[in-house]
Design a protein around this ligand. Structure first.
Ligand SMILES: [Zn+2]
Length: 56
């Protein structure tokens, strides 16, 4: 699995769980693991960091 932003490798722990946050070591982007239905695989989506909405 690779980072969407920089295409660097994302390390998914073998004991990863739904909703776990993994970070790209190359660019620092955080992703949330989403379990694929009827599969042992995970997909990723960008983690929503609430801090970034505080700039108003
Ligand atoms: Zn990256």
């Amino acid at each position: 699995m690779n980072c969407v932003e920089c295409d660097g490798p994302l390390i998914i722990p073998s004991d990863a769980i739904q909703g776990e946050i993994v970070g790209c070591k190359d660019c620092g982007t955080s992703y949330e693991l989403v379990k694929v239905t009827n599969s042992d695989l995970f997909t990723i989506r960008p983690a929503e960091l609430e801090e970034e909405d505080w700039g108003e």
